[in-house]
Ligand binder design. Sequence first.
Ligand SMILES: Nc1nc2c(c(=O)[nH]1)N[C@H]1C(S)=C(S)[C@@H](COP(=O)(O)O)O[C@H]1N2
Ligand SMILES: [Mo]
Length: 251
Amino acid sequence: MVNRRKFIRTGLLAAGSASGLAAAAGLARRYGLIPPDHGTLFGVGETLTYAAQRILMSHHPLAREFSRSEISKVAIVNGDPPDIELYHRLLAGKFAEWRLPIDGLVARPGSFSLAELKHFPARSQITLHVCEQGWSFIAEWIGVPLSYVLNLVGVSTQARYVVFFTFDGGHESIDMADAWHPQTLLAYGMNGGDHLPTGNGAPVRLRVARQLGYKSLKFLTRIAVVDSVKNIGKGLGGSNSEDGFGWYAGI
Ligand SMILES: Nc1nc2c(c(=O)[nH]1)N[C@H]1C(S)=C(S)[C@@H](COP(=O)(O)O)O[C@H]1N2
Ligand SMILES: [Mo]
């Protein structure tokens, strides 16, 4: 277990010296707090941000929730829905034929239909969605907590990341702290509607309340529980990291 005080004290002292960044990164490594994009240009900074966040916030606070009256008039749609035949066909059939497989380091790999996900205990929350491009909106999301589904499939103690794949070919991963977090949802509805508007991620999207919008992948096709992201894409933990964005995008 991490000795928080000691880590912070040693880490801050170390960060103040010339070789400090490397020393702090060494500490982060010792405590298993190395993000998948640590080897990139901004890797040392990424490691410090991630390790500091995870240690300072190890009680996993909730993101702020708003009241109904604060919901934004317009929920921005960023980008187009996937332009592939399979997606168009599933959309035309109201996603009755769509299933979400969950595999990897789980005791009972399975796949869930939209109707099944909607039958699980639901959570709704009104949170702020922040895009790295500088815009944001407040919306209500309804869905099943990812933790509920993870408990159903039985996550191995080896698990370190949950990876999400999409119809438009992207992927992203989150650590187990965010995966188990009560506000991390597989969202299938928003702002009182019983389905997601297509552009906002139908049939099901991830909502990670404490990170920037690009972690909240839309148009999900598959979920995998893994102990390493080394062999997924370029091994940086997500398509966005491959494009130079931080893997950990805490807000
Ligand atoms: N599959 C997929 N998910 C995605 C994206 C995307 O292009 N494809 N864009 C991300 C970005 S950058 C943001 S800000 C949010 C936008 O969500 P919205 O369209 O509901 O506003 O979705 C994220 N999830
Ligand atoms: Mo974004």
